[in-house]
Ligand binder design. Structure first.
Ligand code: 4NP
Length: 150
């Protein structure tokens, strides 16, 4: 079983979308996919309605996902930890205990644009176009991740 974790700040907008999208591209028999937030603001909460809506528009149901906070034990569980932006990268890396932990942490858009360190913008304070934009970015990145893994 290969285990992949998607991480953003709140675990209600970007990372639940990334989780749902990657799940739709990989078999659950061989891949475990989860998501978490670096902050604890939304523990136990469902994804933002706008993320649920854009997922639905593209045929995915993420409404059953619930927010949780990233913890250091995630480094032991997951093989790959994809973060959405540099702030997530810094927050997750600051919990790393060794080089092996740090090596698991990747900016997800570096899968599409190697070494460019682009961010998936936080859509929380914007309109629904922001969620559409985030969906398209994550869909492209997750297609490449799925192709490379399988
Ligand atoms: P996310 O977006 O990190 O993509 O889930 C956010 C959701 C909530 C907050 C910030 C970002 N917040 O400050 O509550």
């Amino acid at each position: 079983m290969t285990k992949i974790l998607m991480v953003c700040l709140g675990n209600i907008c970007r990372s639940p979308l990334a989780e749902g999208i990657l799940r739709s591209k990989l078999s659950s028999n061989t891949y475990t996919i989860d998501s978490a937030g670096t902050a604890g603001y939304h523990i136990g909460n469902p994804p933002d309605k706008r993320s649920v809506a854009v997922a639905n528009k593209y045929g995915l149901d993420i409404s059953n996902l619930r927010g949780r906070q990233f913890t250091v034990s995630d480094f032991d569980i997951f093989d790959y930890i994809f973060v959405m932006d540099e702030s997530n990268f810094d927050n997750v890396s600051s919990l790393a205990r060794n080089e092996g932990d740090i090596e698991k942490v990747k900016l997800i858009l570096n899968e599409v644009y190697p070494n460019q360190n682009y961010s998936v913008p936080d859509p929380y304070y914007g309109g629904k176009e922001g969620f559409e934009n985030v969906f398209k970015m994550l869909d492209e990145a997750c297609s490449l991740i799925a192709d490379r893994l399988s």
